[in-house]
Design a protein around this ligand. Structure first.
Ligand code: IMP
Length: 421
């Protein structure tokens, strides 16, 4: 460590929760820097499966966990998750930055209203109010954690924004608003009172911890190609999952981050709409969906599945500067006759090695595949050298193409199903 980031290299759902839990053992603090409860992080410890949407996965290891200014926080979901963790007799040592923006009930309605109004250009959002909350932040009409914990400010802000949101919902989206501003205040005031104890200047706390050489793990949500600027816009989320997002999402200089771990799923998946050059709409796709249990943790939606895509991963490398890689779900590839990897794309008579910057470019991109012989994963491998030659060939190819070492291989959902190199 000390300043380590975990970033999804593809479209999210790479298995960051498991890898974060694995590395959290050596961390003093685990911090989320972007996104909200649109994320779904699954951690399996022994017979227990814990699922989180908002809390940093470090909570499982009883670490100090922080929510940075770049996150959008739904206090109703936070309450549920804290209860869920405490029911399992685990401690919640949480700090929340006062600058963190709060998801209000109107954000969920706006998310749904906008999606329905989009028709054919639907994004397929999680409908958790993420986009509208970030939009209010940029518009400077948001409610922050510092307001939530201060009853008077909360009342003032709800009174200011509620009538406008109600008018937009009713007039622009034809959505009936089922709550009054008093209802919202009654629901949110006790949440603010309960969570006041969590208030911490996360920027300051993290800076001081790094100064003292403590190990701080920054846990990304979603993935590189869902980044609001560098993803497949508009089929993206509203935050910055890329490694640069840590700096603005926590409030620390980028020079404080010295280890950037790219999490690569052994194949590619995507939830929601948007371009996907290596997508498999055949029996192989069905096989990977079933074997990989590719159903969303947050919405339960079936994920779209495809082969590994090197133009995508090279671009991810360029955007994030991975110092090392971790591959997940390698066991799902076990037993196939042949494995394909998109090595480049052809656009007309041009061969390209990177992801095109526009969706229009992506539509024209035809993947050129390199084929590998299938391999077996038994699940008993404990060391890298115990992985079959075929599996190591697949991993070496990825390492060589991306120019970063593969330090961790996940061969199953459990904490122990992990091979370090
Ligand atoms: P939003 O973040 O709910 O606005 O959704 C925007 C897009 O990001 C949709 O395509 C979602 O399916 C996708 N998305 C959001 N969060 C995740 C995630 O944690 N994993 C994978 N896809 C996600």
């Amino acid at each position: 460590m000390p300043g380590t980031v975990i970033v999804g290299a593809q479209f999210g759902d790479e298995g960051k929760g498991k890898v974060t839990d694995f590395y959290a053992e050596k961390a003093d603090i685990v911090v989320r820097y972007q996104g909200g409860n649109n994320a779904g992080h699954t951690v399996v410890v022994g017979d227990e499966t814990l699922k989180f949407h908002l809390l940093p996965s470090g909570v499982v290891q009883g670490k100090r966990i922080l929510i940075g200014a770049g996150v959008v926080l739904d206090p109703r979901v936070l309450k549920e998750e804290i209860l869920h963790v405490r029911e399992k007799d685990r401690e919640v040592r949480l700090g929340i930055d006062p600058r963190t923006h709060i998801i209000m009930p109107w954000h969920n309605l706006l998310d749904e209203g906008r999606e329905n109004a989009r028709g054919a250009t639907k994004i397929g959002t999680t409908k958790r109010g993420i986009g509208p909350c970030y939009a209010d932040k940029a518009e400077r009409t948001g409610i922050r954690f510092e307001d939530l914990v201060d009853g008077e400010k909360l009342k003032e802000k709800i009174s200011e924004f509620y009538p406008i949101k109600k008018a937009i919902l009713e007039k622009a989206y034809n959505v009936r608003v089922p709550f009054t501003q008093e209802d919202i205040f009654k629901e949110y005031l006790p949440l603010g009172t309960e969570f006041r104890a969590f208030l911490s200047d996360v920027s300051l706390e993290v800076s001081e911890a790094l100064e003292k050489k403590k190990n701080v793990l920054f846990e990304g949500a979603q993935g590189t190609f869902l980044d609001n600027d560098f993803g497949t816009y508009p089929f993206v989320t509203s935050s910055h999952p890329i490694s640069g997002g840590v700096s603005v999402g926590v409030g620390i200089p980028s020079t404080k981050i010295n280890r950037i771990i790219g999490i690569v799923k052994a194949y590619t998946t995507r939830v929601g709409f948007g371009p996907f050059p290596t997508e498999l709409n055949d029996s192989m796709g069905e096989h990977l969906t079933e074997k990989g249990n590719e159903f969303g943790t947050t919405t339960g939606r079936q994920r779209r599945v495809g082969w590994l895509d090197l133009p995508m991963l090279r671009t991810s490398m360029r955007l994030n500067g991975f110092t090392e890689l971790a591959i997940t779900k390698l066991d799902v590839m076990s037993g196939l006759d042949t494995i394909k990897v998109a090595e480049s794309y052809s656009v007309g008579d041009k061969k390209i090695k990177f992801f095109p910057y526009s969706n229009k470019g992506l539509e024209k991109a035809v993947p050129n595949y390199e084929e590998f012989d299938g391999f077996e994963i038994t699940g008993d491998e404990k060391k890298y050298s115990q992985l079959s030659a075929g599996a190591r060939k697949y991993l070496s190819f990825i390492e060589k193409e991306l120019g970063a070492p593969m330090k961790l291989v996940s061969i199953g959902p459990g904490r122990l199903d992990t091979v370090e190199k």
